[in-house]
Design a protein around this ligand. Structure first.
Ligand code: 5AD
Ligand code: SF4
Length: 441
C-alpha cells in the first residue's frame, strides 16, 4: 500500500487567508493528501502568507529559513510559499534569493492551479514560480475543507479598489470582483444543509459589494437573500468601510433578524489631517455620524474597529484626536496597530516618519485607554441574558466552554462538551476586559 502524503500548512493574516487555506486543503485532499500539525512528518509544507505589516513577513523568513535543515534531511520534501508575500512585485525576488530551498511560489489569484503546480515540481524536480497580476472573475466550484462544522466563512468578493495610502492589499489582492449573489446563496445553502449555523460574509470592503456586477443587487440586498436561507441562524460580515455604509444597509442591520448586532468599522485615526493623508475619504465628523445612526437603528449593537498609530506626520495633537475619538465612540474592542511602511505604497514616501519610540509610547497609551473602555462596556452586560453559539472548550480552563454572543463577545461558562456547535442561553455574571463569564440558563 502506498503511504498517504501529508501536508503541513501554516496560515498568517486575515480571515480571507484562512478561507483561502480551506480551499488549498480542499484541493490537496482531492489529490489524496492528509494533513499533519508536525512539519517533520510532512511531505509538503506550505506557508500561506500575509504582507499587511512587517512582523508576519519577518516570521515567515525566520520560520521558512529554519526549514533548510529539514529539507537537507528529506530531499523529497516540497516547501511552498503562497498568499500575499510572493504576490508583491518587489518582494518576490527577495524571497527567491533568500529562501533557495523553497520549491514553489504562487499568489492570491491562482490557488486553483495548486495541483497542476505540484505535478510540475514532481515531474521536473525544478522550482515552480507562478504569480498572476490580476484575478479577474472569481473562480467558482473549488473544493474546501472547512475548519468548523457549525460556522463558516463565505467570501463574497475579492480585492479592493480603495488604495488607502498605507495599505498593500490592493496591490496583492487586485481590484474588486464580486461573486454573483446566486453563487453566494448556493454556497450558504449548502453549508446550512451540512449543519452550519453561522456564516461570516468576507470581503475587504463588503459595503461596495455588487458595484462591479451586471445585477443591481448591493450588499444590503445580499444580506436579505442570505437571511432567507433556511438553517442559517446567524449572519456576520467583515470588513466595512465607513465611506460606503448606506442608510439602506443600516436599516437592514436593524431589520434582518439573523444579522448579528455587531459592526466592525475600521476608523484608523481620529484626526482629519491624518485621515485625509491616509486617503480614507471620510472625516472624523462623518464617522461619528455613522456611529450615531447605527446605534439609533440597532440598539445594543457592539462596535469594534481598527486603529493605527504613528502614520507619517502624525503629531501629538493628531494622536490626541485619536484618543478623544476612541473615548467619544466607546468601542467594545479595537485592533490596534503600529504603522508599518510597506514598499510600493504612497505613505512610505511621505515625509515625517514617526520615530519607533514615539509609535510605541502612543500604542501603549491607546491600548490602555481601550482596555479601560472594553472593561466598562463588558461590565454593562453583567446581569443580562444572552444567546451564545458554543465554540469549544476554553483553552485556559477545559472545564469551561467558550462561545460568542451575537455581539461577538467571548463568553466562558461551565457546561457539557455536547453543547459545542449549539445555541444556548447564558446569564452573564461577571466581566473581564476581553471576555464575559456566565452560567447556562
Ligand atoms: N501598517 C500598520 N497597520 C496596517 N493596516 C493595514 N496596513 C497597515 C500598515 N501598513 C491595518 C489597518 C487595517 C488592518 C487590517 O491592518 O488598520 O484595517
Ligand atoms: Fe487596505 Fe483600505 Fe482596502 Fe482596507 S479599504 S484593504 S485598508 S486599501
Amino acid at each position: 500500500m502506498v503511504e498517504q502524503r501529508l501536508a503541513h500548512i501554516r496560515t498568517f493574516g486575515c480571515q480571507m487567508n484562512e478561507r483561502d487555506t480551506e480551499t488549498i486543503q480542499g484541493l490537496l485532499q482531492q489529490e489524496g493528501y492528509g494533513f499533519t500539525d508536525n512539519p517533520e512528518a510532512a511531505d509538503l509544507i506550505l506557508y500561506n502568507t500575509c504582507c499587511v505589516r512587517e512582523n508576519p513577513e519577518r516570521k515567515v523568513y525566520g520560520q521558512v529559513g529554519m526549514l533548510q535543515e529539514l529539507k537537507a534531511k528529506k530531499p523529497g520534501l516540497i516547501i511552498g510559499i503562497c498568499g500575499c508575500m510572493p504576490q508583491q512585485r518587489e518582494e518576490l525576488p527577495v524571497l527567491l534569493e533568500r529562501l533557495p530551498h523553497v520549491d514553489l511560489f504562487f499568489g492570491t489569484h491562482n490557488i486553483y492551479r495548486l495541483p497542476e503546480l505540484l505535478h510540475r515540481i514532481c515531474a521536473t524536480g525544478e522550482r515552480v514560480v507562478e504569480i498572476l497580476d490580476e484575478g479577474g472573475e472569481p473562480v467558482e466550484g473549488l473544493p474546501a475543507m472547512r475548519s468548523s462544522s457549525f460556522k463558516a466563512f463565505v467570501t463574497i468578493m475579492h480585492g479592493c479598489n480603495n488604495f488607502c495610502s498605507y495599505c498593500i492589499v490592493p496591490y496583492v489582492r487586485g481590484r474588486e470582483h464580486s461573486r454573483s449573489p446566486q453563487a453566494i446563496v448556493e454556497e450558504v445553502q449548502s453549508l446550512a444543509n451540512g449543519g452550519v449555523k453561522e456564516v461570516t460574509l468576507l470581503g475587504q470592503n463588503v459595503n461596495s459589494y455588487g458595484k462591479d456586477l451586471q445585477s443591481d443587487a448591493d450588499f444590503a440586498d445580499l444580506l436579505e437573500m442570505v437571511n432567507q436561507v433556511p438553517g442559517i441562524e446567524w449572519i456576520r460580515f467583515t470588513t466595512s468601510h465607513p465611506k460606503d455604509i448606506s442608510d439602506k444597509l443600516i436599516r437592514q442591520l436593524g431589520r434582518l433578524e439573523k444579522v448579528c448586532e455587531h459592526l466592525h468599522l475600521p476608523v484608523q485615526a481620529g484626526s482629519n489631517n491624518v485621515l485625509q493623508r491616509m486617503n480614507r475619504r471620510y472625516t472624523r465628523e462623518y464617522y461619528l455620524e455613522i456611529v450615531e445612526r447605527v446605534r439609533s437603528q440597532v440598539p445594543g449593537i457592539s462596535l469594534t474597529t481598527d486603529i493605527m498609530v504613528g502614520f507619517p506626520g502624525e503629531s501629538d495633537a493628531d494622536f490626541a484626536d485619536t484618543l478623544s475619538l476612541v473615548e467619544e465612540v466607546g468601542f467594545d474592542s479595537a485592533f490596534t496597530f503600529i504603522y508599518s511602511p510597506r514598499k510600493g505604497t504612497p505613505a512610505t514616501e511621505m515625509p515625517d516618519q514617526v520615530p519607533e519610540e514615539v509609535k510605541k509610547e502612543r500604542i501603549y497609551q491607546l491600548i490602555e485607554l481601550q482596555n479601560k473602555i472594553s472593561l466598562e462596556r463588558n461590565q454593562a452586560q453583567v446581569g443580562s441574558e444572552v444567546e451564545v453559539l458554543v465554540e469549544g472548550a476554553s483553552k485556559s480552563d477545559t472545564l469551561l466552554l467558550t462561545g460568542k454572543t451575537r455581539t461577538s463577545k467571548t463568553v466562558l461558562f461551565p457546561g457539557s462538551q455536547d453543547l459545542i456547535g449549539q445555541l444556548v442561553r447564558v446569564k452573564i455574571t461577571a466581566a473581564q476586559t476581553w471576555s464575559l463569564t456566565g452560567e447556562l440558563i
